[in-house]
Design a binder for this molecule. Structure first.
Ligand SMILES: [Cu+2]
Length: 143
């Protein structure tokens, strides 16, 4: 009986396993000033992404129209750690709202990039004055 319970628990934990990923909100990182690190992340549907407010004055917010159809967006407040479960397959673009103008933007790919064409068609709506190549580079990693 004890063995059966043990096997049941093992099976359950194997089925419910989802990976967790960390994205840091930083004043300075490998890609320059005011960045998410890593700025591009590839995950599986059901994985959790933990945005960690290492430095102050940052947030994370999914960009309307630049996430998969039917996906749940998110909007963190300044200085807040946010955990997001990625619930739909596709590409997600997110920003730090006060620093999007400085190119503080990130991309998450979950499974197949089913909405990449839509993203590429609409990404020009984001206004970025500095470090605009970051978003271009992150989107180039989507495949
Ligand atoms: Cu920021």
């Amino acid at each position: 009986m004890k063995n059966l319970l043990f096997i049941t628990l093992l099976t359950f934990s194997a089925l419910s396993f989802c990976a967790e990923h960390e994205v840091k909100m930083l004043n300075f990182g490998a890609d320059g000033g005011m960045v998410f690190e890593p700025g591009f992340l590839k995950v599986d549907v059901g994985d959790k992404v933990n945005f960690v407010a290492i430095d102050v004055s940052h947030n994370t917010e999914s960009v309307e129209g630049l996430i998969p159809n039917g996906a749940t967006g998110w909007k963190g407040i300044l200085n807040e750690n946010v955990s997001v479960v990625i619930d739909k397959e596709g590409v997600y673009v997110y920003q730090c709202t006060p620093h999007i103008i400085l190119g503080m933007v990130g991309v998450i790919q979950a499974g197949e990039p089913v909405n990449k064409d839509e993203i590429m068609a609409n990404v020009g709506k984001i206004t970025i004055a500095v470090n605009a190549e970051r978003l271009t580079n992150y989107l180039a990693k989507v495949n």
